[in-house]
Write a protein of this length. Structure first.
Ligand code: SF4
Length: 358
């Protein structure tokens, strides 16, 4: 009999530990890197128990129990094993644009949503500037291909009622700067801080997601920018609110063919195929296939990539900013700037031992 890992189990090695993504149960577990390596090597091999005992004489039983309790794999004959297909690791979607952010003012141009439909876009975030414009838009989207609508209120006084009465595809509503308001509705989220002060990075594990689509897309793409379009209230078009390049000015005429050409241009898509595994710091982080952050990566003269804004998670210490003993990158001996990326291993080891109490 051989041991076979389920195809939905994926390993993401980080600097200190490996994240095990269970894509069917949509949960994340953590393993020591050495255990994760042995476990992956055992996939399709015989004698799992003996191999674990050989590598981890002290805690092999604990590891075996971990494998069984979390149902990471199963035993079968080599013939049976061939009946299970490998997971295709390719992200495929026929849409040119999969997700859009649209600012909705009084004079919203509903043609923008016709464009989005023609581009295949089924996920739209509406940033509400005007209630009148929003109602018009939601009514219009009732007859569109759009499947998922998220509402964002930067001004809490504009939030009046549940918009699912107009359009049942409103799945989430976010109200910012909203300390005084409360309603009991699990799809409405009140944030006590202003929209502009929301974090550009996840601030705890609750901001992370484990699912097959995100995992596959994150292998070869920047999951925030990939196939995204932002339309501001004046009709100007960019990749995302945080990017600088405008591909169309709202006061100029454009047809769908020309717009599609501009969206497909290298200039517009140049960050789409830049996964976190190619960006410094994130490339060492075990969350790189579970995390969406809104920071825009920058390239150094030597062609390597980095983020100018530091994340709230330090993968070299496995600590979040809100956790006890957190230290930022610089204080851990890690330098990640527009000039270089370097790790002072002696300092990092010392800080790691201080933080983890060894
Ligand atoms: S370091 Fe990168 S991959 Fe890790 S949590 Fe932060 S943004 Fe996500």
């Amino acid at each position: 009999m051989i041991f076979r890992l389920y195809e939905s189990i994926r390993f993401v090695p980080g600097y200190n530990r490996t994240a095990l993504l269970d894509l069917s149960r949509e949960k994340i577990l953590f393993l020591p890197n050495d255990f994760a390596e042995v476990l992956q090597k055992m996939n399709g091999k015989t004698r799992l128990e003996e191999t674990l005992e050989l590598h981890f004489p002290e805690n092999h039983l604990e590891y075996l129990q971990f494998i069984e309790e979390n149902e990471l794999g199963f035993h079968c004959t080599p013939k049976e094993s061939k009946r299970f297909d490998l997971l295709p690791l390719e992200w495929k979607n026929p849409a040119i644009i999969t997700n859009a952010i649209v600012e909705v003012g009084d004079d919203i141009n509903l043609d923008h949503f016709k464009w989005l439909a023609a581009l295949g876009c089924q996920n739209v975030e509406l940033q509400v500037v005007s209630e009148t414009g929003l109602i018009k838009t939601l009514e219009f989207l009732n007859d569109s291909i759009c499947k998922n609508i998220v509402l964002v209120y930067k001004n809490p006084s504009q939030f009046k009622f549940k918009h699912t009465t107009i359009n049942k595809r409103v799945n989430e509503t976010h109200v910012f700067d909203a300390t005084a308001i409360s309603v009991s509705d699990s799809t409405v989220f009140f944030h006590p801080y202003a929209y502009d002060q929301r974090g550009l990075v996840p601030s705890s594990t609750s901001f992370l997601a484990v699912n097959l689509t995100l995992y596959l897309e994150s292998i070869g793409h920047n999951v925030y920018l990939h196939r995204k379009l932002f339309i501001d209230r004046f009709g100007n078009l960019k990749n995302a609110p945080e990017t600088s390049k405008t591909i169309h000015k709202g006061n100029q005429a454009i047809d769908l063919n020309e717009l599609t050409k501009r969206i497909k241009s290298d200039e517009f898509t140049n960050l789409w195929n830049l996964p976190k595994s190619e960006i410094d710091v994130c490339s060492d982080c075990e969350y790189r296939h579970s995390c969406v952050c809104m920071r825009i990566p920058k390239q150094r003269p030597d062609k390597t990539w980095y983020y100018p804004v530091e994340c709230d998670y330090n993968p070299y210490l496995s600590k979040w900013k809100n956790e006890r003993n957190y230290r930022n990158l610089m204080d851990s001996g890690v330098v990640c700037t527009g000039k270089e990326m370097k790790i002072d291993q002696v300092k990092l080891d010392k800080v790691f031992n201080e933080v983890w109490g060894e």
